[in-house]
Design a protein around this ligand. Structure first.
Ligand SMILES: Nc1ncnc2c1ncn2[C@@H]1O[C@H](COP(=O)(O)OP(=O)(O)O)[C@@H](O)[C@H]1O
Ligand SMILES: [Mg+2]
Length: 213
């Protein structure tokens, strides 16, 4: 019997360090004998990359409901063709964003009604829920300053108002759920990595046993 898969998600505002954390976290998993599948949202499939281009293009804004469904189309395809098969094969999947981002940005940020967003969001995830969600917390001013310092071109969501990003951050800060851990993302990357790694190991000590010695 193959081991069950593990689904781990990184969440948090722009510039909180999700992408920075994903690579060394995956490296640690590898060093511990697991071969993680690393995905990012939106994207990771052909349809998902097309949706990504459409949704993030600052030159061609889309309406809030179209934005919602572009993200969800990308996610539905990623779940069906990449995440589910990998989990089914017993792999660890590490995703840079997932369903919580839709609640944060399209529901709370854009103000779309919960009765529109939540059922559609569940449908896109196909009933899949993360085993562990690490929420990186940083003030929008700090996240923005980091992006600017790194010379990252601002996409359509990055370029939203500070008010929008404050609502997003407050939403994330208030999430309390099974399997959700909040990390203070103002700390240095190696500290964050250590905390993230401890949370991952606690999830499945046996799978990551090689790393404990
Ligand atoms: N813990 C940290 N402390 C200071 N700067 C960081 C930290 N984590 C990431 N950064 C920097 O902030 C910028 C945004 O990080 P990134 O990982 O792209 O954020 P996200 O993927 O959450 O938008 C990058 O230039 C990165 O080097
Ligand atoms: Mg990123």
């Amino acid at each position: 019997m193959s081991p069950r898969g593990l689904f781990i998600v990184l969440e948090g505002p722009e510039g909180s360090g999700k992408s920075t954390l994903a690579t060394p976290l995956a490296d640690r998993m590898r060093a511990a004998g697991a071969e993680p599948v690393l995905v990012r949202e939106p994207g990771g499939t052909r349809a998902g990359e097309i949706a990504r281009q459409a949704v993030l293009d600052p030159e061609h804004p889309v309406s809030p409901v179209a934005e919602l469904f572009l993200y969800l189309a990308a996610r539905a395809e990623l779940v069906a063709t990449v995440i589910r098969p990998a989990l089914g094969a017993g792999r660890v999947v590490l995703s840079d964003r997932f369903s919580l981002s839709t609640e944060a940005y399209q529901m709370v940020g854009r103000g779309l009604p919960a009765e529109t967003v939540l059922p559609a969001n569940r449908a896109a995830a196909g009933g899949l829920r993360p085993d562990l969600t690490l929420i990186l917390d940083v003030a929008p001013e700090v996240g923005r300053a980091r992006q600017v310092a790194a010379g990252k071109p601002l996409d359509r969501l990055d370029a939203e108002s500070l008010e929008f990003h404050r609502r997003v951050r407050e939403f994330y800060r208030q999430v309390r759920d099974d399997g959700v851990r909040h990390l203070d993302a103002t700390r240095p990357p190696d500290r964050l990595l250590q905390e993230a790694w401890e949370a991952v190991v606690a999830l499945d000590e046996q799978r990551f046993a090689a790393a404990r010695s």
